[in-house]
Design a protein around this ligand. Structure first.
Ligand code: NAD
Ligand code: UDP
Length: 308
């Protein structure tokens, strides 16, 4: 198949492009390089089945493709809050442009939605039926509400225009090709531990997240995209739940060194707990994560050691 991956030079996008090329597909990678980099896809550039296009998803684009994976959008809080209006535009206009293209060329289109649509959840763990608890006017809203609106657009194009959609809600994922200055917690802790700097825990560190290793997530993406039983929304993530304090201790155990844990103020609207209910993915895709946190951290630490 010919497959378009928007945001293909980013963390998840580059891992997805590699997987699709290895599966024998032709891949068009579209990216504006806001948080993506050529280094993430350098190993694919000489491949005749791989094409790189510098383009912004808020402007329309045309490609003859069979599938579209829409991943373009900064995902780390410091990056998506850097230009919040652009973040909302990227989610909303990006969705409209992908859906318009999918409608014209009859491609199946995948939306990388997020656990952030659940906001600071009052239901735990979060099943797909939960509507969420999102502040519409806070600092995280440009991302959360942009992604919620994108989901709305996907389902309206599906109902009104019979566009063949797949909507996945991704929970915190980590692994090789994250930027060292990405700002998300796993890369921050690893980079800090490797350079002997203080490990910065925001708040008291009792808030929880569930961390999925990237290879597990990408396997979920491909299985979800290639089945015809459900269109989503479907949660994808690792249900293992850890406090930020436990994560810091796990990173320190793996890296060793002399970093100390320090506490910094908790950002506004920071969700207190998060853990996916993945019963749907288990049932339909026969999918569940295979790589435990310690193993995933070991692989990610090995990657960051090569980035020094
Ligand atoms: P990332 O920041 O590494 O990658 C995003 C990519 O999109 C980058 O290559 C960036 O340059 C590109 N991009 C941003 N704005 C663009 C625009 N206007 N036009 C074209 N390209 C643009 O983030 P990631 O972790 O790889 O996330 C990929 C997708 O998955 C995002 O949509 C994100 O919301 C979603 N997601 C990720 C996670 C996670 O834990 N990694 C969790 C939930 C959802
Ligand atoms: N966090 C932290 N130290 C850091 C970066 C993040 O303690 O250096 C916390 C953050 O406040 C949040 C959790 O780690 O509670 C996950 O943050 P991240 O930005 O990775 O993802 P998100 O909040 O979007 O789930």
């Amino acid at each position: 198949m010919r497959i378009l991956v928007t945001g293909g030079a980013g963390f998840l996008g580059s891992n997805l492009c590699t997987r699709l090329i290895n599966d024998g597909h032709e891949v068009v990678c579209l990216d504006n390089f806001f948080t993506g980099r050529k280094a993430n896809i350098a190993h694919l550039l000489g491949n005749p089945r791989f094409e790189l296009v510098r383009h912004d998803v808020i402007d329309p684009f045309k490609f003859e493709v069979d599938q579209i994976y829409n991943l373009a959008c900064p995902a780390s809080p410091p990056h998506y809050q850097y230009n919040p209006i652009k973040t909302t535009k990227t989610s909303v206009m990006g969705a409209i442009n992908c859906l318009g293209l999918a409608k014209r060329v009859k491609a199946r289109v995948f939306q990388a939605s997020t656990s952030e649509v659940y906001g600071d959840p009052q239901v735990h763990p979060q099943p797909e039926e939960y509507w969420g608890n999102v502040n519409p006017i806070g600092k995280r809203s440009c991302y959360d509400e942009g992604k919620r609106c994108a989901e709305t657009l996907f389902f309206d194009y599906h109902r009104e225009n019979k566009v063949d959609i797949r909507v996945i809600r991704i929970f915190n994922t980590y692994g090789p090709h994250m930027l060292s200055n990405d700002g998300r917690v796993v890369s921050n802790f690893i980079v800090q531990a490797l350079s002997g700097e203080d490990i910065t825990i925001y708040g008291d560190g009792s808030q929880t997240r569930s961390f999925c290793y990237v290879d597990d997530l990408i396997e979920g993406f491909v299985r979800f995209m290639d089945q015809t039983e459900i269109v989503g929304p479907m949660n994808c993530g690792n249900p293992g739940e850890f406090t930020m304090l436990q994560l810091a201790e796990a990173v320190l155990r793996e890296v060793g060194g002399k970093s100390k844990i320090v506490h910094k103020p908790l950002p506004a609207d920071d969700p207190k707990q998060r853990k996916p209910d993945i019963s749907l993915a288990r049932r339909v895709l026969k999918w569940e994560p295979q790589i435990p946190l310690e193993e995933g951290l070991r692989r990610t630490i090995a990657y960051f050691r090569t980035q020094a």
